[in-house]
Design a protein around this ligand. Structure first.
Ligand code: NAD
Length: 368
């Protein structure tokens, strides 16, 4: 449809919002527009049964608005399950700002975004994600208390990425124990795709333990820097999905496990930080299971960041943050065992346990 409005049968066919696949039972979607600052943002609140929806803001130069909408919906739903599986009393939400963070992000734009967040009166609490930094959250904090991930000087928990990396490391060790019978990563060949904020710290943990780490990134300068710093090899092949490794750690963008890549993957374990790694949760989760590749669910093992910012709401310190994050090891083992016992994919096992918790809480809330 062009700029004309659909009528009659056309309108029924389109289902422009509630019928969209990625809409997936979202409670609320807020479109934020401000001409003066150029802000175009979308806030998605997927589920608030467990508490206010908490999730980061991503700033990205999306090809179009549909892509941005789809991204925020997928990400906010992921946050619901991430919080529930981790045992946090928060719901799932996320925000995206459309535009290149390097050229379009200004203090005025961040303030305006903060005002929109404030308008939701705490139903949504923001934090940083790709394209955002602690200092951006400090600007948001000037106009609303509904923000986490602010700087330590302002009483915040600071940069969540090292904590996320620690959680991914714990989840990877648990997956190794399940698959190889030992959680030692010494001597294991591990491909880390994306050596940004999370990936680099993960490389540090892995090389310290004696793993043979191979790194890939589109940023060549960073590849040489991280390669030299930690003694990691740089992937030089034509197609990294064919790499002969024990473990593949996606730490760049989502949906890298898709129709084009899935049958090439030689790794026995997939465990990484990226959100929404499976392009299609059902099809690709099942295919990995068929191929005997153990997938550590992304939203389970990358929860360190949310544990870190959640500390700002619950007022606990670094030691407790790290203990809770370390527990990702135990939760991962439980989920992997549960998947085997019930003959379901690991992704579905994690979703099921998270959903059961949400349903239980809903029941308790209705009795209050
Ligand atoms: P980042 O932007 O700091 O790093 C991403 C890295 O991936 C960059 O170095 C970039 O050059 C590289 N990259 C981008 N496209 C690539 C490609 N096609 N091939 C190879 N490399 C590519 O992001 P981050 O904070 O490290 O987060 C990494 C992933 O983990 C993201 O998917 C993010 O959503 C997820 N995640 C991050 C956190 C956190 O605490 N930062 C928490 C949970 C999940």
């Amino acid at each position: 449809m062009d700029a004309t409005f659909a009528t009659g049968k056309d309108l029924q066919k389109m289902d422009p919002v509630f019928g969209q696949l990625s809409f997936n039972d979202h409670e609320q979607i807020v479109f934020c527009n401000d001409k003066d600052t150029g802000l175009k943002a979308i806030i998605g609140i997927h589920n608030s049964v467990m508490g206010p929806a908490l999730g980061g803001t991503r700033m990205f130069d999306y090809a179009n608005e549909w892509e941005a909408l789809n991204d925020v919906l997928r990400l906010s739903r992921g946050m619901t399950y991430k919080a529930a599986i981790t045992g946090l009393n928060i719901g799932g939400g996320k925000a995206v700002i459309i535009g290149d963070a390097k050229t379009k992000k200004t203090p005025e734009l961040m303030r305006k975004f903060g005002e929109f967040v404030h308008g939701l009166s705490g139903r949504y609490i923001t934090a940083e994600d790709v394209g955002m930094e602690t200092k951006d959250m400090d600007i948001v904090r000037d106009v609303t208390p509904y923000v986490t991930g602010i700087s330590e000087e302002r009483g915040g928990s600071g940069n969540p990425s090292p904590v996320t990396a620690y959680g991914v490391y714990m989840g990877m060790k648990a997956a190794a124990k399940h698959k190889f019978g030992s959680d030692s990563l010494a001597g294991k060949r591990i491909l880390v795709q994306g050596i940004g904020h999370v990936g680099e710290t993960l490389v540090e943990y892995l090389t310290k333990e004696g793993a043979v780490v191979i790194i890939a990134d589109i940023n060549e300068e960073k590849l040489y820097e991280v390669g030299n710093k930690y003694g990691a090899a740089i992937y030089t092949g034509a197609d990294l999905y064919t790499a002969d490794v024990d473990i593949y750690a996606p730490c760049a963008m989502g949906a890298t496990i898709n129709d084009a890549t899935i049958d090439k993957i030689k790794a026995k374990v997939i465990a990484g930080a990226a959100n929404n790694q499976l392009a299609n949760e059902d099809i690709h989760g099942a295919r990995l299971q068929e191929r005997g590749i153990l997938y550590a669910p992304d939203f389970l093992i990358n929860a360190g960041g949310i544990i870190n910012v959640y500390a700002e709401l619950e007022h606990y310190g670094k030691a407790e943050i790290m203990t809770k994050t370390e527990n990702i090891y135990n939760t991962t083992l439980e989920i992997l065992d549960y998947a085997v016992a019930n003959n379901i994919t690991t992704h579905h096992a994690a979703l099921k346990i998270a959903q059961d918790r949400i349903d239980q809480r809903k029941l308790e809330n209705s009795r209050k």
